[in-house]
Design a protein around this ligand. Sequence first.
Ligand code: HEC
Ligand code: HEC
Ligand code: HEC
Ligand code: HEC
Ligand code: HEC
Ligand code: HEC
Ligand code: HEC
Ligand code: HEC
Ligand code: HEC
Ligand code: HEC
Ligand code: HEC
Ligand code: HEC
Length: 283
Amino acid sequence: MAKYRILYIFVAVVTLVGFFQPGTASAAERKLPQVDAGLYAVAPTPLQPAECGQCHSGQFANLQDSGGKHRFACQECHEVFHAYSPRKNNYDDLMPLCTMCHGQQHGPKQTDCLNCHQNPHAPLRVPSMDRLGSACADCHSGPAKELKKFPSAHTEQDCQSCHHEKHGYIPNCSECHDGHYADQPFADCMTCHERVHAPLRVNLPGNVKVQTCSACHDDAYGKWQKSKSKHSLVSCVRCHDAHGKIPDCRDCHGVPHNKKQMEMFPDCMTCHIDVHDLPVKNN
Ligand code: HEC
Ligand code: HEC
Ligand code: HEC
Ligand code: HEC
Ligand code: HEC
Ligand code: HEC
Ligand code: HEC
Ligand code: HEC
Ligand code: HEC
Ligand code: HEC
Ligand code: HEC
Ligand code: HEC
């Protein structure tokens, strides 16, 4: 039948064409490779990061620019790589775990490391404030506890109202406050308000500028400043070494007068009248 004849011709042509295809030379015609054991007499050197980087340029660039303390050999983390198989669906299993090297860095509440450190090749790139917002105290228990323990107007403020813009930002007092007197240097605020998370715990070290006191104690300050007595040479904070503390004259003077007089007039102020402006002889 004509149908079969056409089929025979077709098969014959396909066979002939196949026979003359290049690259299908028989084993006899192929030049077989020579053994070169020298090629295998060396141990392969592990790929260096720059070599990995020839193909993984993105990861390499991240480590180069922002790798920080992760700039060590790739294989320290990628102990196994190039082993992904779609059939095994093992991609996640291949990826290094933070716990190989790190513990619970920020305590027990923040354990999903990659949720914030999204790029292990740029580990310090962490999310903006919105993401950290409600979690400040998980990692900074100190300030949160202090604000609670020493109630003040700062306790009523959100952390972010002061630490705004970006994580780690430290505000200056001048953003929200004036000084106690004109031109008071803002660098001085924390000599007295030593702990911003407990601002009402005022510390009065010996070297503070006592002009500050005048803002609220004009009376005492005015008298003291004009006084001719030797107390005007004594700093407010030598006597009031903690805010509000009233000193005992005897702390500095011992018992200055005879016993009989002291028994009769136990209160020094009966005669010395005003500690900030002691009456002195040639007044
Ligand atoms: C500190 C450990 C660490 C180092 C060092 C490191 N990697 Fe990674 N790498 C990881 C982790 C973890 C992942 C998985 C990230 C994920 O699941 O989102 C990863 C993922 C990858 C991926 C998969 C694609 C991707 O970006 O998620 C490639 C490719 C890769 N790393 C290449 C490299 C190369 C190349 C180097 C060195 C130049 C390197 N890594 C160094 C930890 C590391
Ligand atoms: C010659 C190019 C090339 C070099 C060199 C290379 N890789 Fe890869 N790598 C690839 C390709 C291609 C893939 C698969 C596609 C992809 O995920 O980008 C891959 C995938 C990966 C993956 C994810 C999937 C898996 O199976 O692990 C990691 C991790 C990885 N490489 C790490 C490395 C590290 C580390 C080095 C250096 C020690 C390195 N690669 C060197 C080409 C390369
Ligand atoms: C093979 C070990 C290894 C793995 C795995 C690893 N790290 Fe690290 N990482 C280190 C070392 C070492 C340092 C430096 C530690 C130090 O200075 O105390 C570091 C430092 C860091 C830093 C600080 C970076 C800097 O420049 O200061 C962050 C953030 C960090 N790792 C996050 C992670 C996260 C998130 C993972 C998981 C995705 C991870 N690491 C996986 C070894 C590792
Ligand atoms: C809620 C977000 C978040 C999570 C979750 C998180 N981190 Fe962090 N991590 C940060 C922030 C923010 C920093 C500070 C970065 C800076 O200094 O600007 C940081 C810093 C670090 C540092 C640098 C060391 C230091 O004290 O300065 C390491 C290491 C680190 N993280 C590891 C980890 C590991 C490991 C995990 C998982 C157990 C993890 N982080 C989970 C947000 C997070
Ligand atoms: C996942 C943990 C984590 C979270 C959540 C977090 N921080 Fe941090 N923060 C850190 C780490 C780590 C550092 C850097 C190490 C250090 O100085 O303690 C840091 C640094 C800071 C610093 C600078 C400290 C200094 O001495 O300069 C401030 C301020 C700060 N954080 C405020 C905040 C505020 C406000 C929030 C909430 C919006 C917050 N942090 C959320 C971990 C965290
Ligand atoms: C009224 C403004 C204000 C508020 C509210 C505030 N802070 Fe601060 N915080 C500061 C200032 C100013 C500093 C710098 C103090 C210094 O230099 O000693 C600071 C320092 C810090 C530091 C680094 C030094 C330290 O004490 O550890 C952290 C962390 C911090 N604050 C976290 C917080 C958290 C968390 C909250 C909320 C629970 C908070 N702050 C609320 C103003 C504020
Ligand atoms: C982001 C704004 C902000 C910053 C920054 C800030 N404060 Fe305040 N502070 C306030 C507010 C609001 C109050 C309550 C209203 C007022 O007294 O002005 C307050 C109140 C105070 C009080 C009185 C507390 C009370 O309970 O009566 C002191 C003291 C104080 N701040 C000191 C400081 C010092 C010192 C700094 C700098 C280290 C500082 N503040 C930084 C917002 C701020
Ligand atoms: C010499 C110590 C000293 C210095 C320096 C100082 N303060 Fe004060 N401050 C005090 C004392 C004391 C109080 C009263 C506390 C009380 O009422 O218990 C006070 C109260 C405050 C108050 C709350 C009462 C008010 O007047 O609103 C604020 C706000 C304040 N200081 C801000 C500042 C700022 C801002 C600076 C820096 C420019 C500063 N202080 C520097 C000692 C000082
Ligand atoms: C911002 C205002 C402010 C400043 C600045 C201030 N004080 Fe006061 N001071 C007060 C207030 C308000 C009281 C009353 C507190 C009370 O009754 O508990 C007070 C109380 C006192 C008392 C106790 C008074 C009594 O009757 O027991 C002494 C002493 C005192 N202050 C000394 C000082 C000295 C010294 C300075 C400067 C280093 C100073 N103060 C700065 C607001 C201030
Ligand atoms: C030599 C010690 C001494 C010095 C210096 C001194 N004070 Fe006093 N101050 C006292 C004593 C003691 C009292 C209690 C007086 C009394 O009970 O009559 C007192 C009381 C006060 C009082 C509460 C009663 C009143 O007079 O308003 C204030 C406020 C005060 N001092 C502020 C100041 C200021 C401000 C300065 C600096 C300008 C200052 N003091 C310097 C010892 C001193
Ligand atoms: C912190 C220490 C201190 C305290 C507290 C103190 N004084 Fe003085 N006082 C002095 C010093 C210093 C002098 C000057 C001594 C000198 O130069 O010889 C002085 C001098 C005096 C003088 C001589 C005055 C003159 O100008 O010649 C009298 C009187 C006196 N004090 C009374 C008192 C009385 C009363 C009290 C209690 C209300 C008191 N002092 C509390 C430190 C103090
Ligand atoms: C009965 C009145 C009276 C009483 C009470 C009194 N004094 Fe005096 N005090 C005087 C007189 C008067 C002088 C002046 C003596 C002089 O100028 O020689 C004086 C002098 C002083 C001097 C200066 C001494 C000198 O050598 O310059 C000091 C210090 C002093 N008194 C401290 C005190 C103290 C502290 C008390 C309470 C424990 C006190 N006085 C109680 C009357 C009194």
